[in-house]
Design a protein around this ligand. Structure first.
Ligand code: PLP
Length: 428
């Protein structure tokens, strides 16, 4: 595979931008090698500047669930652009998208549109703090909720460690209000809540952890979060930026039948444009300005172009049988990948929720951050490169989820499975 033009662009980009990119994982640091620069994308395919074609399982890290440049999304966008790209004043498009989301997520009674997932989680937590008049938050190890100061915190050793910042530039004073606990550990959660509830404003969780691959909640875990937070008057926030409209139309809360107080959305609801949203119970959302005293604003929030892409994407997704078809395609990919690993004699663990998935190179069960870390990342890097060279674009890190879209065909899936088998046989 030739990637000369990509290499040249990368060299140039490195001089101009930190790491040559505008978001870290794009730089291929976790897998080595030089990132491919993309020229265009259509359906399940993306094309790089050297005219290589790939079947895409990154899908812009989740949003492109109807496939790249879907004709009806493109058409709607063209019309919308003709009418002006931003007004800084209300439009009916905001109402339309809000209605669609609220209909799909009964737990959301009122919603606020923002520009990214990061803004959604940051603002949801602010509203929860304003509502509960408490300061501390609980998050879970390995869950990513965007890059806001108080959320870039992981646990130290032991389950009950108070926050230490994960990144230079985050003052200790931000981190000290973040309590980090292991995912799927009901006991650790219960004992922390019993001890600290008076100071805990909210619990924020990725109901399926997509930012360390794809870690599923054990039966009873989300239910326990719901029960305990209810008992102690703590706001339960589901960060469904990735899982929303992905694991099912109604997100993880529909899939697992556990109803949070607040929900954060992003990725799919923007249909490839920058959108995030947070919403929830009326009494909590009424805290948000201008209705209430909790301040949060955005010059481009509810942008008409972004709303249009979101509306069109959700329209396509709400067509009959969309998720049944996605499920069928995904099941074939799951069966094929597992079988390929078995035939090749490579130990892997495969997990998925709806159409987000991950193959870990480990023979241990993966149910939290520590167990995800048992994966052989060097092996993953080799697998990634082998797949890329065979025209399959996976996320360039072991600790990211893969996705499929409605544009992925049977032939795409079969090609991917045979590429996986051939790549896996080289790993032994
Ligand atoms: C992607 C993601 C975010 C951050 O969204 P951005 O739009 O990148 O700011 C937050 N939470 C989860 C679960 C995500 O997957």
């Amino acid at each position: 595979m030739e990637i000369e033009k990509s290499k040249m662009l990368y060299k140039r980009a490195l001089e101009l931008m930190p790491g040559g990119v505008n978001s870290p994982v794009r730089a291929f640091k976790a897998v080595g090698g030089s990132p491919i620069f993309i020229k265009k994308a259509k359906g399940s395919r993306i094309y790089d500047v050297d005219s290589n074609e790939y079947i895409d399982y990154v899908l812009s890290w989740g949003p492109m669930i109807v496939g790249h440049s879907h004709p009806s999304v493109v058409k709607a966008l063209k019309t919308a652009i003709e009418n002006g790209t931003s007004f800084g004043a209300p439009t009916s498009l905001e109402i339309e998208l809000a209605q669609m989301v609220i209909k799909a997520y009964p737990s959301i009674e009122k919603i606020r549109m923002v520009n990214s997932g990061t803004e959604a989680t940051m603002s949801a937590i602010r509203a929860a703090r304003g509502f509960s008049k408490r300061d501390k938050i609980i998050k879970f190890e390995g869950c990513y909720h965007g890059h806001a100061n108080g959320l870039l915190v992981k646990a130290g050793s032991g389950a009950t460690t108070f926050g230490v910042p994960d990144s230079p530039g985050v003052p200790k004073s931000y981190a000290k209000n973040t309590i980090t606990l292991p995912f799927n550990d009901i006991k650790a959660f219960k004992s922390m809540v019993q001890k600290e509830w008076k100071s805990i404003a909210c619990v924020i969780v990725e109901p399926v952890v997509g930012n360390i691959g794809c870690v599923l909640p054990k039966p009873g875990f989300l239910e326990a979060l719901r029960k305990e937070t209810e008992k102690y008057g703590i706001v339960l926030i589901f960060d469904e930026v990735m899982t929303g409209f992905r694991v099912s139309f109604g997100g993880a809360q529909e899939y697992y039948k556990v109803i949070p107080d607040m929900t954060c959305l992003g990725k799919v609801i923007g249909g490839g444009l920058p959108v995030g949203a947070y919403g929830g119970k009326r009494e909590i959302m009424s805290m948000v300005a201008p209705e209430g005293p909790v301040y949060q604003a955005g010059t481009l929030a509810g942008n008409p172009i972004a709303m249009t892409a979101g509306i069109e994407t959700l329209k396509i997704l709400s067509k009959k049988d969309t998720y049944e078809k996605l499920e069928k395609t995904m099941q074939r990919l799951e069966d094929g990948l597992k079988d390929a690993a078995k035939r090749a004699g490579v130990k892997t663990r495969f997990y998925r929720a709806g159409t987000m998935f991950c193959t870990y190179f480990t023979d241990k069960d993966v149910y939290d951050y520590k167990t995800a870390k048992t994966s052989d990342t060097e092996r993953f890097a080799k697998f990634f490169m082998g797949m890329l060279n065979r025209g399959i674009n996976l996320a360039p890190s072991q600790f990211e989820a893969g996705f499929i879209s409605i544009a992925h065909t049977k032939a795409d899936i079969e090609k991917t499975i045979s590429a996986a088998y051939r790549t896996l046989t080289e790993l032994k």
